[in-house]
Each structure stands twice: as structure tokens, then as C-alpha cells.
Design a protein around this ligand. Structure first.
Ligand code: FAD
Length: 531
């Protein structure tokens, strides 16, 4: 008898889980139903039209963390998915008082040329920095691209997994192992300060350590965030997040998954310690041998399951999982792309579609100060992306902006979660544009319309407690087996976490969804579903 899986949440992880389970055949075949509360699939990564012909992407169009190996496993190439390298480059452009620097992890020659024009010693330091990242990638990426290593090995498979991780670590020199141990708790400001001389380079690289976290550059653990992102990204999806969602949706449907939108789960029934059904908002009940929570763990475990059916210590730990949204995104519809995006020659690069603005670590740290007291930053740290200039599309294949026009998405750290009156929204928008003005002086002349998304908006629209897009802050105490809580084996049988709120974390990776699908398939059959 085929087993029945209900997946709650139709974001990138829910779609990945649906595809993986529905593609199983033979004795391991599943009937898969995915329920999504919103009108469209894609979760935070879906696009929305905010001005005629302009589509705001959820993410900042960085698809470089979706692994080609997972795409191949799910046969996404049959549904139009392809990857291209060389999409990660960006300009550090704090304004006329500072020289612009082109950073492209995929093009060391162009990067070091750009840095050497300002500081030859920093060009050498960058080569050494990238070399370290490349060497640390195998052990770190294998930890964050696969299942958790077992804390207590129980069978030969567990031992093999542990030996594999140990072997990848042993391939590092002693010096690199000590460097890895030193970097994990280190504030990213200290790492950058001890590595580079140019303030804008220090700040531009440090930015990756603080995005969507509650960590400033001088906070412990911010180097680990940078390391995690740098070691788990590679080629990008051609067409961006829209193309990825289109391929996942097509693959899941082709494999027979039933994808239902406007269909929110209202409860999960548990009997005799196992999940038995999912109740929908309209009162319908869907029988289930496995339930995969591809929504925020708090929204799933604390709101859909009766407290009597959930281990109280586990419930408390999930309650304590910190999930504060710390960034807002301002999308701008532009009549055309302004400088410096047209100034490829400055950067020595073919195409500029990403930009960072912080001139120095001190300014990055100052931008973090206000959020501790619920205040707006005076000068937020900005990461700007022009996905329309990279030819990205929505999940239905539309370009993100009309021909000749452009979409600019500006990700502003650190903004508070609460207090979003109309005045405060206007104030933040003005602050973002003022901060960006030295980097893009003529921006205001090009703006046709704007659309601001705050953490409170994300919370309300996506059922995302706290508004953190990763379903939980990336912090040292919220990674690996602690995400979102230890002892997940205390969950009712057949219930699996499948969103960015569980290992290995958020981002457009699909990996939490894929790992949950594997775990569901590997679990022994419940008596009721045995043939
Ligand atoms: C502004 C911004 C920029 C970002 N930039 C990037 C980037 O450049 N690169 C990157 O890798 N990541 C980025 N991210 C993060 C990325 O979008 C998320 O980590 C990713 O979407 C998480 O996928 P998910 O499937 O786990 O969850 P989600 O995308 O949050 O999907 C969960 C879904 O569950 C649904 N749901 C919730 N409750 C229920 C219920 N009761 N019943 C039915 N459905 C329910 C929600 O409606 C939602 O659609 C960004 C996010 C934001 C907001």
C-alpha cells in the first residue's frame, strides 16, 4: 500500500520535499499532497507584481546555494533547470570618497586586479582568503549539504557518516584546522581587520557575516555566518529564483504530487504517538502516514499540534528558537538602470548587478546599534541587487521589468520588527535612499514606484513568527543539531521538520526539504500503512 504524505508549506523546501517523495517508486512510493496557505506556490521566494510590469522577487536573487547535485537527483534539468557560473560578483561602491572594488569569487584575476589598484597587499591577502575558503569548503559544505552526523552512532551507516566527516577534516593541514576553530566564534570584524587594510574591502566582505542575523560585525559568531555562506554557494540558477520554482513545481506535478494552494493547514492530528491526519481550514481531514512541516517550526509545532501531544521540553525549546527578522527590502521600479550599474569599466567586470555600500567596519557596526533598542538605523548596511539586469524571470516566465526598465531590490540591515506606522515606513524608505545616494547619485530621477517589505510584513503574509526569512536566526547556538531544538526524536512519529528552520538552515537550498523526504522514506512503516 502506498504511504500518504502531507507537506505543509509550498516554499522552496516544501516543493523540494514533494518532488523527492513523489518521485519514489515501487515499495517506497508515496501519495503526496502539499498544502499551501497562500494563493501561489514559492513561499518567500515567489515574485509579486508591485507596479505594472515590475515583479519584486522574494529573495535577493541569489540562487547560488541550490546545489547542482540535488537538482540532478530530482531530475530538474528535464523541467528546464540549468546553472551558470560567474553570477556572484558584486561591486563595493561606498561613494565618491572611496574607490569602488569589484569582488567576484568566481573570477580571482578580475578581483585581485581591482583590489591591487587600491592596495597591492590586499590583493595578495584576498588570494590567501579565497584559498582558505576553498580548502575549508569540503568539510564545512559536507556538514551543511547533508544529514546531521549522528551524535551517538547506532549502526554501520552512522559510523560511515562520521568517518567521512573526520576524513574530510583530516585532509586539512593542522594549521587550517586551527584556523577553522579560531574562526568559528570570531567576530567577522576581527577576521577582516586582521586580514585586509582597505576599510571598504573589510566592510564589503564582512557584510555576508551579518545579513539576516541579529549579529553586528563585532558580535561573536559572525565569522561563522560568512564561512557558512562562502562555503555553500557555487553556480547560480539560470533565470534566478523564478526559474528554480518553475522547475520544482513542474517536477513535483509531473511526479504526481497534488499541489494545493489557498489551502492552509489548521491542525495536525496525533494518535497513539503518531501523526494520523492534517486538518485543513475548511474542516477537511487528509489522512497521513507522514507530515512534513515545510513552514516555520514554531508555526507548525506550536500552532497546529495540541500541546498535549508535544513533549513539553521540546515545545519550550522551539518557543525559545530565536527568529527575529532584522532586515527590510525596498524594491524600486526604475525607468532605466542608473550608474554605477552601467559603469562596468570601473570594476573591470562585464556586468554589474550587485552592490554593497558600507565604507568601513565602524559604519557597519553603527548600523547595528539601533536595532537593540527598536530604532531605525541612521545609515543602514545595504546590499543592492538588479535581478532584471541578469535576465531573471518569475515562475511563470515573465521578465522582472519591462524592456529598457529595471528592477532594483535593496536589502537593508538592521531594522526593527515592530512599530511600522506609515510614518516609519516613509522614514525608512527615505533613509535607505539617502544612504544609497553617494553610491548611485542619480537614483531618485529613475524611480517610478517603490514597495517596502518589513519583518512584520513577512510575519503577517507568510505565517512566519518573528519575520526571519530563514525561519530562525543563523547563530552558533541555532545550527546543526540545535536547529530548532535538540531531541527532535521526541516529535510524534511520522512528523518531520522540512523548512529552513531546521538543519542545515535557511536560504534557497532545498536541503531541509530533501533531508526530510529521505528521513520519511527511511522510517519504518506505521502498522496502518503496511501492505
Ligand atoms: C528579502 C529576502 C531576501 C532573501 N534573499 C535570499 C537570497 O538571495 N538567497 C537565498 O538563498 N535566500 C534568500 N532568502 C531566504 C529564502 O527566501 C528562504 O530561506 C526560503 O524561502 C525558505 O524556504 P522554505 O521553503 O523553508 O520556507 P518559505 O519560503 O517561508 O515557505 C513556507 C511556506 O509555508 C506556508 N505556510 C505557513 N503556514 C502554513 C499553513 N498553516 N498551511 C499551509 N501553508 C503554510 C507559507 O505561506 C509559505 O509559503 C531571502 C528572503 C527574503 C525575505
Amino acid at each position: 500500500m502506498r504511504r500518504r504524505a502531507v507537506i505543509i508549506g509550498g516554499g522552496p523546501n516544501g516543493l523540494t520535499a514533494a518532488t523527492a517523495l513523489a518521485q519514489h517508486g515501487g515499495r517506497n512510493a508515496w501519495d503526496v499532497t502539499l498544502v499551501e496557505g497562500r494563493a501561489n506556490l514559492g513561499g518567500l521566494a515567489a515574485h509579486r507584481e508591485f507596479h505594472p510590469g515590475f515583479f519584486a522577487p522574494g529573495p535577493l536573487a541569489d540562487t547560488s546555494r541550490f546545489s547542482p547535485a540535488l537538482a540532478a537527483e530530482l531530475h530538474l534539468e528535464r523541467h528546464g533547470l540549468s546553472f551558470k557560473g560567474g553570477q556572484r560578483g558584486g561591486l563595493i561602491a561606498p561613494g565618491p570618497a572611496h574607490p569602488s572594488i569589484w569582488i567576484d569569487p568566481d573570477d580571482e584575476a578580475a578581483t585581485t586586479r581591482s583590489i591591487a589598484a587600491i592596495c597591492p597587499a590586499d590583493a595578495d591577502a584576498y588570494r590567501a582568503f579565497r584559498g582558505l575558503i576553498e580548502r575549508l569548503t569540503p568539510p564545512v559544505a559536507s556538514l551543511f549539504n547533508g544529514p546531521l552526523p549522528p551524535a551517538v552512532p547506532a549502526d554501520p551507516g552512522d559510523w560511515l557518516s562520521l568517518v567521512g566527516h573526520a576524513a574530510r577534516l583530516r585532509r586539512l593541514s593542522d594549521r587550517d584546522i586551527f584556523e577553522l576553530l579560531r574562526l568559528i566564534p570570531l567576530p567577522v570584524a576581527d577576521w577582516m581587520d586582521s586580514t585586509f587594510e582597505t576599510p571598504a574591502l573589510q566592510a564589503g566582505l564582512a557584510h555576508a557575516g551579518i545579513v539576516d542575523t541579529f549579529l553586528g560585525p563585532r558580535s561573536a559568531g559572525s565569522s561563522a555566518t560568512l564561512l557558512l555562506l562562502a562555503t555553500t554557494s557555487g553556480a547560480s540558477v539560470e533565470g534566478g529564483a523564478g526559474a528554480l520554482l518553475a522547475a520544482l513545481t513542474a517536477a513535483a506535478s509531473a511526479a504526481g504530487a497534488n499541489l494545493r494552494t489557498d489551502c492552509a493547514a489548521a491542525g495536525i492530528e496525533v494518535s497513539a504517538g503518531r501523526v494520523s491526519a492534517v486538518t485543513l481550514e475548511d474542516g477537511t481531514s487528509l489522512a497521513a502516514d507522514a507530515v512534513l512541516l515545510a513552514c516555520h517550526p514554531g508555526a507548525g509545532l506550536l500552532e497546529l499540534i495540541s500541546p498535549r501531544q508535544l513533549d513539553s521540553e521540546l515545545a519550550q525549546a522551539v518557543q525559545n528558537h530565536r527568529s527575529r527578522g532584522t532586515a527590510a527590502t525596498l524594491h524600486l521600479a526604475l525607468d532605466s538602470l542608473p550608474a554605477p550599474f552601467g559603469q562596468a569599466a570601473i570594476a573591470g567586470a562585464a556586468h554589474v548587478t550587485r552592490l554593497r555600500t558600507s565604507p568601513a567596519l565602524e559604519q557597519l557596526e553603527r548600523s547595528f546599534n539601533g536595532i537593540r533598542y527598536g530604532e531605525l538605523p541612521e545609515s543602514p548596511a545595504l546590499a543592492v541587487s538588479a535581478p532584471s539586469a541578469r535576465g531573471e524571470v518569475t515562475a511563470t516566465g515573465e521578465p522582472l521589468a519591462p524592456a529598457g526598465a529595471a528592477l532594483l531590490s535593496i536589502h537593508a540591515s538592521f531594522v526593527p520588527h515592530d512599530g511600522w506606522t506609515a510614518e516609519r515606513r516613509t522614514a525608512l524608505e527615505a533613509t535607505i535612499l539617502k544612504t544609497l545616494a553617494p553610491s548611485i547619485p542619480d537614483l531618485a530621477e529613475h524611480i517610478l514606484a517603490s514597495h517596502l517589505v518589513t519583518p512584520a510584513d513577512l510575519e503577517a503574509e507568510f505565517n512566519l513568527p518573528g519575520g526571519n526569512p530563514h525561519h530562525g536566526e543563523h547563530a552558533l547556538d541555532q545550527l546543526l543539531g540545535l536547529r530548532p531544538a535538540p531531541d527532535l526524536d521526541r516529535l510524534p512519529g511520522g512528523l518531520l521538520l522540512a523548512s529552513g528552520g531546521t538543519h542545515p538552515g535557511g536560504g534557497l537550498t532545498g536541503i531541509p526539504g530533501s533531508l526530510a523526504a529521505s528521513a520519511a522514506s527511511a522510517a519504518p512503516r506505521a502498522k496502518s500503512s503496511r501492505a
